[in-house]
Every structure is written in structure tokens, then in C-alpha cells.
Design a protein around this ligand. Structure first.
Ligand code: G
Ligand code: G
Ligand code: MN
Ligand code: NA
Length: 254
């Protein structure tokens, strides 16, 4: 519980930063995913894989999530105002998403920052659909009516039913990176390839963009390209980086 206490202090002192990881469409930068980073004065850097579950359990994810949305939207608005607009995808935990003030908060941010809604994407997890499909779908429809894009993160590991998926008001499927393991050698698992192909076809049939996450090797990249994947994200292309570094990364590519 040292972690929870430290997290509580960090939330009050706003000791977090956001990094942004490129998401490509072909060779072009399409959008970035905002990923929170935290270095505690005593504990050192703590990975979100460790502290996000703790924050979700103790409710601190609510103030932390608000800060993340505000920060990410402010950055997207700054890029927009600089004449180099870039969509920012923000992770949303199930607990945040089901707060009654979630949609009004997002709407207030867009209005207050003069941020066009299409420059914001919200990443929800497949688990939300498993818990409460009707409630989730209603909130997603409200967000999409504002013009916000919706992606389903970590797709394929939480077992949403196909019927849930078909009822889903979303724009993007983010295929969980575990689907890529085994593909780092040219002779990788053929059954894995069939799953990749099937998910890609499913997404296209449902009119969803399909993004492959966790692309780390040229072999994975080549396989995905052959299967028709347009959208990719992973260390092969770029890690998550501070906004200023991302600006330099964009400059170097253009
Ligand atoms: O950045 P990294 O791969 O270490 O993130 C680990 C996990 O933490 C991922 O599942 C990611 O979705 C989650 N995560 C990172 N940033 C945020 C955030 O701002 N909000 C939420 N809810 N989850 C995040
Ligand atoms: O669950 P979510 O998709 O939000 O998780 C995003 C996390 O994945 C981030 O913490 C990010 O650092 C991590 N990530 C991004 N690209 C790669 C990659 O190519 N390989 C691995 N192992 N992790 C990645
Ligand atoms: Mn994500
Ligand atoms: Na993911």
C-alpha cells in the first residue's frame, strides 16, 4: 500500500507526464496514443502497467483520468493551433467511462479548448462490452455524436461476443499485441496468421479500421502489410515520447 499512498500524493501534486506514441497509416503519421508516465521521488519510475490497476482499485483513476484527458486535449489543441493538427487517442478505464459526468467533461474540454472533436479519440476496452453492452453502447453513441472517435483497445483478449462487437458504435479495433507473438520469425505460427487474417476481415466487414499494436520487427510489419493491415503502432516505428520530442520526430520525417 506504499504504492497507493505515493500515488495519492502524486495525483494531488500532479506529478505525471504524458508521452505520445505514433500510430501510422502506411508510412504516414495518423495519430498518437497518450500514455501516462510517473516518476515518484522515492520509488523512481513506476510503469502504468503497475500503477493503473492500483489507481483503478482505489478510485484514484478518476482524478488521474481527468488530468490525463485535460492534458491530452490541451496538447491536441496546441498542435491544432500551431497548424499541425494531430489526433490524440486517450485510454479510458471502465470506471471513468461509467461516471455520469464523463461525457459532459469531454464535451466541456472540446468547447473550452476549441478542439475539433475529430482530433480526440477515446480508447475503451473490450471488457466494457462484456460488462454492460447496452449502457456502454449508449455512452459511445453520445460521444460519437459529438464527433469523437472511439477505439476498442486490447481487442481479442477479453472475449466480447461477436454480437456485442456487431452492436458496437466504434471506429477502430486495436488488435491486442499478444496476437503478434510467434510472428517474429519468417516461419511463425500459421494458425496465428489465420487469426490475424480473420480479425482483419471481421473489422473490415464491420466498417472498422483495424490497427495492429506492438509491431516490433520488420517480419511482423511485412506479414501485417501482406494481410492488408493499414494501421500499425509499435516500437519498430517509434516509442512513446514527450510532446517536444514528438515534434522533432515529425520535423525529421517531413
Ligand atoms: O505505456 P505502457 O505500455 O506501459 O502502459 C501499460 C498499460 O497502462 C496499458 O494497458 C495502457 O493502456 C495503460 N495506460 C497507459 N496510460 C494510461 C492512461 O492514461 N489511462 C489509462 N486508463 N490507462 C493507461
Ligand atoms: O493497453 P494499451 O494498448 O493501451 O497499451 C499500450 C502499451 O503498449 C504502452 O505502455 C506502450 O508502451 C506499449 N507498447 C507500445 N508499442 C509496443 C511494442 O511494440 N511492444 C511492446 N511490447 N509494447 C509496446
Ligand atoms: Mn491503449
Ligand atoms: Na492495447
Amino acid at each position: 500500500f506504499a504504492l497507493e499512498a505515493a500515488l495519492r500524493r502524486a495525483v494531488h501534486a500532479q506529478q505525471f507526464t504524458l508521452h505520445y506514441q505514433p500510430q501510422l497509416r502506411g508510412a504516414a503519421l495518423e495519430s498518437v496514443e497518450a500514455l501516462v508516465r510517473w516518476t515518484d521521488p522515492q520509488l523512481g519510475p513506476v510503469s502504468p502497467g503497475r500503477f493503473i490497476p492500483v489507481a483503478e482499485q482505489c478510485g484514484l483513476i478518476l482524478p488521474l483520468g481527468r488530468w490525463v484527458r485535460e492534458q491530452a486535449c490541451a496538447q491536441a489543441a496546441a498542435w491544432h493551433a500551431q497548424g499541425r493538427p494531430l489526433r490524440v487517442a486517450v485510454n479510458v478505464s471502465p470506471l471513468e467511462f461509467t461516471q455520469p459526468d464523463f461525457v459532459p467533461h469531454v464535451q466541456g474540454l472540446l468547447l473550452g479548448l476549441d478542439l475539433p472533436a475529430h482530433l480526440l479519440e477515446l480508447e475503451v476496452t473490450e471488457g466494457l462490452l462484456v460488462q454492460d453492452l447496452t449502457g456502454t453502447a449508449a455512452i459511445l453513441r453520445e460521444l460519437r455524436a459529438l464527433g469523437v472517435r472511439i477505439s476498442v483497445d486490447d481487442f481479442g483478449v477479453q472475449h466480447a461476443s461477436l454480437s456485442a462487437l456487431m452492436a458496437l458504435p466504434a471506429d477502430v479495433l486495436k488488435l491486442d499485441r499478444s496476437f503478434l507473438s510467434g510472428h517474429d520469425t519468417p516461419g511463425g505460427l500459421p494458425s496465428g496468421t489465420q487469426v490475424l487474417r480473420a480479425v482483419h476481415t471481421l473489422g473490415r466487414e464491420l466498417n472498422l479500421d483495424v490497427l495492429a499494436e506492438g509491431v516490433e520487427t520488420p517480419e511482423q510489419h511485412a506479414l501485417l502489410r501482406d494481410l492488408g493491415f493499414e494501421y500499425m503502432q509499435g516500437f519498430l516505428f517509434a516509442p512513446a515520447m514527450p510532446a517536444e520530442e514528438l515534434d522533432l520526430w515529425r520535423d525529421a520525417r517531413s
